[in-house]
Ligand binder design. Sequence first.
Ligand code: COA
Length: 286
Amino acid sequence: MAMPSQPDPRPEEETVRYEVVDGVAWVYFNRPDKRNCMSPKLNRQMLRVLESLEFRDDVQVLVLTGEGTAWSAGMDLLEYFRMNEAEGIGATRKAQREAYTWWERLRWYEKATIGMINGWCFGGGYGPLFGCDIAIASDDAQFGLSEINWAILPGGGASKVAAELMPYRKAMYHAMMGENLTGKQAAEQGLVTESVPADQLKARVQEVADTLKAKDTQALRATKWAMRRVMEMTYDNAEDYLIRAQEALNDFGGWETRKEATKQFLDEKTYKPGLGVFDKSKIEKD
Ligand code: COA
């Protein structure tokens, strides 16, 4: 007979692992034996890790990925749902807040973020998936709103993520049928940015990270926040917001950066903005 699942004895600090290599923070969901499902311990640790990396000068880009065969198998049915529900509504609300808080932190992260979807991605996993600015999946990753298969609705933002990112008919089918999409299909339906063969996943993510690293960090942050904000605005509100956001960026060191970038194009003719990025090292040396 199968052994009933037990709570994970792994210490809280070990539920997430990370390394910073050459400007990129590689952050791993680190419960591979539990398919990286999100327990309260993991949710608390992930917030700690994200906060500790956010303002480090040696971190320009953050990559969120998973140890083992999963990105994240969604919420932990034992430690997040069953055990908290046994304690009552207070414990459930606390656990929800712990999860939603780090997903929100990720949505509005100061640095550029890339989701590297290496395997299973289910249900609650769509929260951090949406939080990542760019999502690159392995062709053979599996995405699912599996909630319907165990008789709940896709909560924790998961249905919103599908409705937001996928064509409506595809999102509805996805939520109702409980059938998985491969990374390739997820890319075709808009759930991720692109998918690549598994053996090229890390190299492709590194390539995207390197491109992002070369951009002006302040402008990159302003851009990703603007893209998220304008999604919910009328055209006129967006137009106005973007004027204000650019003016705020100017005051954030942006004037000097722009002058240098413009000079490199118009006067020095060392690059063309339509074909690549200016050399920001010229500014940092000043
Ligand atoms: N919650 C709690 N435990 C989970 C889990 C989850 N979401 N996903 C995986 N696990 C646990 C399993 O219970 C098992 O634990 P055990 O070894 O202590 O019994 C362990 O992780 C390995 O899972 P297993 O099912 O044997 O791995 P698999 O590789 O055969 O299958 C999945 C992987 C992801 C397809 C399968 O684990 C699964 O369907 N998970 C649930 C996904 C889901 O519906 N998530 C949505 C939640 S909103």
